[in-house]
Design a protein around this ligand. Structure first.
Ligand SMILES: Cc1ncc(CN)c(N)n1
Length: 224
């Protein structure tokens, strides 16, 4: 049986920003995968843009890893983040094989505005001025949106096209869910000891991640 989750700051903020969280995790693009009506050119646009995003996400996670080693004081933080970084290695390989499968040539894909802005946000999060608790909150939110979105495409009653279940399994699988819960507990533990200023910043960063995720899904509407 799964352990009941302890409610902390993140759950409080998710309640407060519920409609934005729903917009990020139940976007029309995700719902269209689940109900089978997805336009494949939208999927290809998402694939190309996400490949570029993930390449920018790697240095962000590497920076989280360094901070987990140096600042956390809890040895298991490093192991959790290292696991995330290792799975990004597989993820990049997966993107490359999907790129060939769908004939998306990543060398010609240009990052759209929403992608550029999200990547700029990640770069800002890599500054040593941003507190560890704030970075961890951002890290959790980025991973959790994908986990919740793609798990929805695998829930009972889905009509997800067979050729897209690989993508849904990548982030919707139970192992990824457990990993997100581990990142969430790290963030919650750090937030328990954070100053009022850091708490306000972490809430703001959470909202900004959700807005970036909505804008990211929106790019898929343009097709290719
Ligand atoms: C835009 C986005 N957000 C989150 C993830 C999950 N790492 C992703 N691949 N792309």
């Amino acid at each position: 049986m799964e352990k009941p989750e302890k409610r902390g700051m993140i759950d409080t903020w998710l309640d407060k920003h519920r409609s934005l969280y729903t917009a990020a995790t139940r976007h029309d693009f995700v719902v269209s995968i689940r109900d089978g009506s997805v336009d494949l050119s939208s999927f290809k646009t998402w694939l190309g843009q996400d490949y570029l995003f993930v390449r920018g996400f790697v240095p962000f996670v590497a920076n989280v890893l360094i901070r987990a080693c140096k600042e956390s004081g809890v040895t298991s933080d490093m192991e959790v983040v290292l696991g995330g970084l290792a799975s990004l290695n597989d993820e990049i390989e997966w993107f490359k094989s999907e790129g060939s499968k769908w004939s998306v040539d990543f060398s010609t894909v240009v990052a759209q505005k929403a992608n550029q802005e999200y990547r700029r946000f990640l770069e800002a999060m890599m500054s040593s001025e941003v507190e560890y608790s704030v970075v961890m909150t951002a890290f959790w939110a980025i991973e959790a949106v994908y986990q919740e979105s793609f798990a929805h495409c695998l829930e009972e009653g889905n009509k997800t096209p067979a050729e897209l279940t690989g993508a849904c399994n990548r982030w919707g699988n139970d192992g990824f869910k457990q990993y997100c819960l581990s990142v969430k507990s790290i963030a919650e533990r750090c937030l328990e000891n954070a100053s009022g200023e850091a708490l306000a910043e972490a809430e703001d960063v959470l909202v900004r991640v959700l807005e970036h995720e909505v804008a990211f899904w929106e790019m898929s509407r343009g097709g290719q």
